[in-house]
Design a protein around this ligand. Sequence first.
Ligand SMILES: [Zn+2]
Ligand SMILES: [Zn+2]
Length: 278
Amino acid sequence: MLPVIALPDYHVHTFRCGHAGGDSRDFVQQAIRRGLLEMAFTDHIPLYFLPLDRRDPRLAMREEQFDEYVAEVEELRREFRGQIPIRLGLEADYAEGHEETLARWLSRADWDLVLGSVHWVRGDWIDAPGSAARFDREGTEKLYAEYYRLLARAASTGLFDVLTHFDLPKKHGHRPKAPLTEAEDAAVGAAKKAGCAVEISSAGLRKPVQEAYPEPRLLSKIVAADLPVTFSSDAHAPAEVGWGYEQTLEIARRCGVREFVTIEKRKKLTHPLTGSAC
Ligand SMILES: [Zn+2]
Ligand SMILES: [Zn+2]
C-alpha cells in the first residue's frame, strides 16, 4: 500500500550490520515505489565502545567496512539523483564515558544526519535477542530508569540529530507498573535543549510489543514539548522501507503532530504534516 502522504524514511540499514539483508539498491527502489519524500541510510556504527574481541559482527558493521559504507551511499545518491534524495546517515550508539571516541568517528564523514541510539544499558544490550530475560533478572523499573538516564545524556552530548526508538525497553513487551514520568521528562527536556528530533518509528509494530515507538502517551508529551519529529521504519530488509507508515501517520495525527522535519547536512527543515499529500 502506498502511504497517503510523502514522508521521509530516516532509519535504513545495509547488509554490513550483519542482521540486515538485501542489495542496498533494492532499499532505494522500495522507497521510490512507496512514494517516499526522501530516505537516509543509517547503518550501525562499529561498536567503538567495546574491545575488539567483544564486537559481535551480527550487531554492527566492522571498522574496516566504514569507508566503503560511506562510499556506497554517496554512489547511490548519485545514481538515484532526480528520483529520490538519499541522505548519508549513521545510527550511532551512545555509550557513557566513550563520547570522545564517538565524536572522532563522527568526524570521519560529512553526515546529513546522525541518529542517537541507546542500546547498551548497564553493561549489556537492552534489545538484542536474549535480552528479554534481563527484565526479570534486573527489574523492569531499574532498566527503564537507567535507559532514560542514558537517553538524556545522549541528547545532551549534542552529537545527535535524531533520537531513535524513544521507548525501546518495551520491545519484548516489558513495561514498568507506572510510567517513569520524571525520567521520561528529563530525556524529553534534554532533547529539547539540544534541538534533537525524535523519530516516529514503525519498527515496534513488527516486534513482540506490536506498538510503534514512541507509544502514543509519550508522543503526545513530545509534541506538547514542541520537539521536532520525523518518520522512520528502521528497515533491515528492502520490504521494510516505509513499512507501516499508514499506521504511524495515523498515530502521529492522533497525537497532535502537525509538522515533521527533513534533515540535510545536519540542518532541519520543517514541513506541514497536512497538505503534502501525494
Ligand atoms: Zn539493527
Ligand atoms: Zn536501526
